[in-house]
Design a protein around this ligand. Sequence first.
Ligand code: R1P
Ligand code: URA
Length: 285
Amino acid sequence: MQPIPSSELILSPNGSIYHLHLLPEQIADTILTVGDPNRVEMVSRYFDKIELRIQKREFVTHTGLLNGKRVTVISSGMGTDNIEILMTELDALVNIDLKTRTPNPSTRSLSIIRLGTSGALQQDIPLDSLLVSEYGIGLDTLMCFYNLPQTENEMAIGKKLQQNLALPFTPYAVACDTDLKKQFAFDMLPGNTLTCPGFYAPQGRKLRLSPKNSEYIEKLVNFNHKNFKLTNFEMETSGYYAMAKLLGHKILSVNAIIASRINHQFSSNPQKVIERMIETVLERV
Ligand SMILES: O=P(O)(O)O[C@H]1O[C@H](CO)[C@@H](O)[C@H]1O
Ligand SMILES: O=c1cc[nH]c(=O)[nH]1
């Protein structure tokens, strides 16, 4: 097999992968991810021992032991473009021989759990609750560039959303890993998370600028495809779900609901629900 060229699989002089600055032996099979680089320490402070701390750009990584189990926590920054880099490079670390630059004969599957914040889109999702994304629905265009397999129903959801919002591209829908959901989120509110390519207009917010579509939020709140409704907004879940499906990793997104877009409220203490989310998930690793 031809080696993957150095312009595509980019390694630093110490052999680490380009953006994450990590070597294969520096990540565990269970990976917790957070958007905010400062949240990495909020997770790793619970580790019994921290084996390594590495940072490049917004990608901060701590690997250590939690109740005797090796775990990695890594920050992604914001948006699905970062998630494409994170997932591709994590996959390369476990599924490509970086010395020969060829894919390994057998593949390894990582378990990746996002611990993120999110805004509620429905009245019955309380502020400061924990929600698990059963589906990620992508309003970003990342999957215009990959061949994502989708069921008929998933494609129908994307098409209906495209029609309702008059979008020039088709959104995509991907399910979570059901084993991870049972292990980590059995008691959390189930939801369908809308991943947006921005925080303001793509999530219907108005400061000095307004969304192009004046009925944008109403259309999302009222979206219904055979009882499939949208529950919350954030900026990464669909990218994680799609890249995990394409690369063969297990994935779950857990959301701390810090804003209610329907009641126009923001959590009075977002750190508290974020900490509860971290503690809940860490107890279940
Ligand atoms: O709190 P994190 O994990 O960053 O997640 C959410 O918060 C950010 C926006 O404030 C976006 O990244 C969104 O997905
Ligand atoms: O409303 C919100 C809150 C957190 N993160 C988002 O992307 N949106």
